[in-house]
Each structure stands twice: as C-alpha cells, then as structure tokens.
Design a protein around this ligand. Structure first.
Ligand code: AMP
Ligand code: MG
Length: 349
C-alpha cells in the first residue's frame, strides 16, 4: 500500500474531506494532535479498529482512546458521564487529558480490550477536531508508531514507522507537547492518574481536594490500571541507562559512567540537558534542552529517543529530570524507555 502524506497548508479542507472519507470507509488515517500524532479509525467500527492493531503490531488487550470533537459527541460513547469527568472537561478540554468513563454497548469490545470502561479525549488541535467532525464518529487513535517505539511528534516519524501500512498521514507540523495525554480514571470517587502527561497532578489538585497516582507508576509491584502501561514502551534501538538525581550531581555522574563505558570498549550516545552536554563535550550527544524548561524537554523527548537509532552506538546514557509538574510524565517515559535500567546520580558516587 502506498502511504500518502497530505500537507495541511493550502487546500487543507479538500484534503481533510479525503481523510474523513477514508475514516468513514473503515480505513486508517494518521493525524496531528497537540500531544503526539494519532493513528485514527472509526471508533464504533470493530473491523476498522482491528486494522489499527494490525498496522501497529499492538497487543489486543491494550485499549484505544476515543477522540471526540465536542461534549455532544460524548453521548455516542457513554450514557453515564461521571460528575468528575464533567469537571475535568470544564477545566481542561479541549486539551491533553483522557477520562476513563463507563462505556455504552455501541463501543466495541475490540476498542476497550474487553473492559466495561473507555478512554475519551477532546484534542486541542483544529485539524484533529475537524477530521472528527467531518467523519461524524468518535475516532479511536493510539499513538501512530509501531508498538513499543517512541511516539511520533512529526509526520516524518509516522512515515518512518508506518510507511506502506496505512493509506494517509495528515501533516500538521510538530506536536506541541510531545508526550501523550494524562489519563485519569473517573470511575472511582477520587481521581486516579493512570498515566502522567501535560495536565499535571498539581493542576488537577486545583479542582479536586485529593488526586491519586496509580501505585504501579512508581514501580510498585501492582498491575497498572491502564493495560498499556505494563508494556516496554518508547524504546530506542540501543539499550539505555537512565541517570536519575539532583541536577547539580548530573555532570559528575555522567563523567563517571561515560568513562566506565569507554573502558568497556562501548560506543556511547548521550541524551542530556544543555547544561550537561555543553560541559561534557562528548561527540555523540543529543541536547534535549535546559533543565529549566521542562516543556521544551517534553516536546523534544521522543526525537531524542529516536536520534541514535541510525547511529553506531552500543549504549545510551540519558539524563532524568525532576518528577514535579510535567517532569512526572517525562520521567515515566524515560523509565519505560530504559526498561527500568536506572542509576542514582548521587554526589561523589
Ligand atoms: P496510546 O493511545 O498508545 O497512548 O495508549 C492508550 C493508553 O490508554 C494505554 O496505556 C491504555 O492502556 C490506556 N487506556 C485506554 N483505555 C483504557 C481504559 N478503559 N482503562 C484504562 N486504561 C485505558
Ligand atoms: Mg502509544
């Protein structure tokens, strides 16, 4: 199958109608959102959903998020909207947040991996919302990458992973946030964050007296409530060690680990902040931005994780961030990308 990239500049409306027709026909369309690029299909058509799993090589128990263009469209997905979800909608939607709510029978089990709940999100991206409106149905869309790989934040990275597997990619430029939506379970009495994202715990605490984080996210031995969070994810091709700790200890920790790896004859790629890469001066380095600008680091994170894939490195050393604010989402993705291969960067270690 030939994969066509439709650039959303001139004649965007015509191209959107072509893409919406593909969705109506049960085909797949990759499209931009403010978080990452999504791989979309008619969310009420189980045959179309099956194509998403096949194109990505996604495990069938990993449910899909349904994307809507308006609160009105919620009625196609659920007839029991929890009050908590309404409050989240009022405060943050459209935006990078997904609410887990009870599902209607019309939502196929294929979409929810057999669960009685479904994830729903209203993206803050005009192309995405217009595509949903023109298609007339909620659009099921996971990230538009091969399963296990870093999520795509540009049309070009979607093409790298899915060329030949899908008919259309809508190119709307780079994604704003670069990490997937915050997922909040709205089916209990207290909101529980199942996946951290750009809408932070601190932001949710401004509207709810208590907000919990799924214990499985902090590496506790429980099974994550978002089935997808149990898989290795976001992984670069080379093995990666994550250095975690206070930013003032990072340079010393990198210097030490780098020399250990070099002694072992390994060719090393560094993924680190401006502050560290500038002083370390290692030839294979990716500067992911300043530790003082976590939003920049989030937006560039998946580029960083893909950067070394075509370079001759044996091992990657990556710098962690604080776990405050959007740092919780960055660290969640880095921990997963490293397969929990984490070193603490203490002073004098
Ligand atoms: P992706 O679209 O690739 O970002 O993955 C969607 C994420 O949402 C996965 O981690 C899923 O496990 C999670 N998810 C989707 N639906 C549900 C649900 N009904 N309950 C819990 N987690 C869900
Ligand atoms: Mg994904």
């Amino acid at each position: 199958m030939e994969t066509k990239i439709l650039k959303m500049d001139t004649a965007a409306d015509e191209k959107l109608s072509v893409a919406a027709q593909a969705i109506k026909n049960g085909d797949l369309v990759a499209f931009p959102t403010e978080t990452v690029y999504g791989l979309g299909a008619n969310g009420l058509d189980e045959k179309a959903a099956a194509k998403i799993y096949a194109a990505k090589g996604r495990p069938s128990d990993n449910p899909l998020i349904l994307h809507i263009d308006s609160i009105k469209m919620l009625a196609m997905i659920t007839d029991k909207v929890p009050h908590m979800a309404m409050e989240i909608m009022a405060a943050f939607c459209p935006g990078p947040i997904t609410m887990i709510v009870p599902k209607k029978i019309a939502v196929p089990d294929r979409i929810t991996g057999g669960l009685s709940t479904v994830g729903v999100r209203m993206p803050d991206n005009d192309i995405a919302r217009k595509l949903i409106t023109l298609s007339g149905v909620p659009i099921a869309a996971p990230s538009a990458n091969l399963s296990g790989r870093p999520s795509p934040t540009t049309a070009a990275t979607v093409y790298d992973d899915l060329n030949g597997r899908i008919p259309y990619i809508l190119d709307g430029g780079p994604s704003d946030f670069g990490v997937e939506s915050t997922i909040v379970d709205c089916t209990e009495s207290i909101p529980v964050i199942l996946r951290p994202g750009a809408i932070t715990k601190e932001m949710l605490e401004e509207i709810f007296p208590e907000v919990r984080v799924d214990p499985a996210l902090s590496g506790k031995n429980s099974v994550p409530k978002a089935p997808g969070m149990k898989y290795r994810h976001y992984a670069p091709k080379a093995p990666m060690i994550l250095l975690k700790g206070r930013k003032e200890n990072m340079l010393a920790a990198f210097t030490k680990e780098l020399s250990k790896c070099k002694k072992a004859g390994q060719s090393v790629g560094i993924i680190a902040s401006h502050e560290v890469t500038n002083l370390l001066r290692h030839s294979y380095s990716y500067d992911y931005g300043s530790q003082n600008d976590l939003f920049h680091i989030a937006a560039d994170l998946y580029n960083a994780l893909r950067y070394f894939d075509d370079k001759p490195v044996d091992i990657l050393l990556a710098e962690g961030t604080t776990e405050k604010g959007i740092g919780l989402a960055i660290m969640n993705r880095l921990k997963k990308a490293s397969g929990q291969n984490i070193l603490s960067a203490y002073k004098n270690n």
